[in-house]
Write a protein that binds this ligand. Structure first.
Ligand code: IPM
Ligand code: MG
Length: 362
């Protein structure tokens, strides 16, 4: 099979982790007989420096023509000025919106050999295996109006949390369907005690649950969910929630695994079924303080490539081979510095990539 992949390494550690993920993908291609064709593009600060915009129309067009997109990370101190007209993050948001990637899947799975690498008690995080389905192209991130202005009484700012029925329905459907392929438990996270958008969200979830009698639907307020996630995380299966709630909860959930460097994500333009066009990226940012030193953990990006094989190419065996290789290298006690603990072997970004790629080939 010949598959076209748009590659947007971005800023900071982005290029370093992306090249390791491509190495692993290449190894899987060789083993299973697939040809991957890579199409490179610029995004974020890298695009601002060369093209004067965080995402140009040509790059967006190129992404649309590919079968999937692999992204590193965007942002860095060089482009951080809050007064600036454009920010690297604008490129990422424009890409998500432009490619209509409304369903962001962020799996959080605690691996037994890492239970001691987190700040939480091993008995609390043991067995955690959940997925957050974050709405990605609406909600507080995109609602209009969105602006800052001056008034005689001082400066004023406004963001809008708006959702249409259709937007809520399709993301809930992604949640229900994903739950159906897993442990059949769906937690819909909202703030229905305060927000109108959440009341509509909850109402639609209740209506839709009639079509999913096999799924146990539970509603949880986002603040209670934040608490539950560190109190009894293993009770969750699939969580589905608004864009901003999902952003916050997934950073929190990453600490169950011990490092943001471990968590992959998929942003899909449809319900995850068959082959769905998607963009794959680690949930971590550009980590400027780690960039260029060969110390960033490439596993989140490597696992993102596994998700690409699963959701965009329907290559489940290939995806599992990569996931299995990651587990096996961790079982052999290799660690990057973010997940390092006593008695383990510390390796850099490139060596971690090499070890996993070797294992995929074997
Ligand atoms: C994420 C990031 C992005 C977001 C930033 C970089 C715009 O935090 O993917 O979670 O807020 O969505
Ligand atoms: Mg985030």
């Amino acid at each position: 099979m010949e598959l076209n992949i748009a590659v947007l390494p971005g800023d900071g550690v982005g290029p370093e982790v992306v090249s390791q993920a491509l190495k692993v993908l290449q190894a899987a291609g060789e083993r299973f007989g697939h040809t991957f064709l890579y199409h490179n593009g610029l995004i974020g600060g890298a695009a601002m420096d060369t093209l004067g915009t965080a995402l140009d129309t040509e790059t967006l067009r190129m992404c649309k023509q590919c079968d999937a997109v692999l992204l590193g990370a965007v942002g860095g101190p060089k482009w951080d000025d809050p007064q600036a007209k454009i920010h690297p993050e604008d490129g990422l948001l424009a890409l998500r919106k432009g490619l209509k990637m409304f369903a962001n899947l962020r799996p959080v799975k605690v691996l037994p050999m890492l239970v001691n690498s987190t700040s939480l008690k091993p008995e609390v995080i043991k067995g955690v295996d959940l997925v957050v389905v974050r709405e990605l192209t609406g909600g507080l991130y995109f609602g209009q109006p969105k602006k800052q202005w001056r008034t005689p009484k001082g400066r004023q700012a406004l963001d809008t949390l708006a959702y249409s029925e259709a937007e809520i329905e399709r993301i809930l459907k992604a949640g229900f369907e994903l739950a159906r392929s897993r442990r059949k438990k769906l937690t819909s996270v909202d703030k229905a005690n305060v927000l109108q958008s959440s009341r509509l969200w909850r109402q639609i979830a209740i209506e839709m649950s009639a079509d999913y009698p096999d799924i146990e639907l539970q509603h949880m307020l986002v603040d209670a969910c934040a608490m539950r996630l560190i109190q009894r995380p293993s009770e969750f299966d699939v969580l589905v929630t608004e864009n901003m709630f999902g952003d916050i909860l997934t950073d929190e959930a990453s600490m169950l695994v011990g490092s943001m460097g471990m968590l992959p994500s998929a942003s899909l333009a449809g319900i995850p079924k068959g082959k769905t066009f998607g963009m794959y990226e680690p949930i971590h940012g550009s980590a400027p303080s780690l960039a260029g030193q060969d110390i960033a953990n490439p596993i989140a990006t490597i696992l993102s490539v596994a998700m690409m094989l699963r959701y965009s190419f329907a290559l489940e065996a290939e995806a599992q081979t990569i996931e299995g290789a990651v587990i096996s290298i961790l079982e052999r006690d290799y660690r990057t510095c973010d997940i390092m603990s006593e008695g383990k072997t510390k390796v850099g970004t490139k060596e971690m990539g090499d070890l996993i790629a070797q294992k995929v080939k074997a």
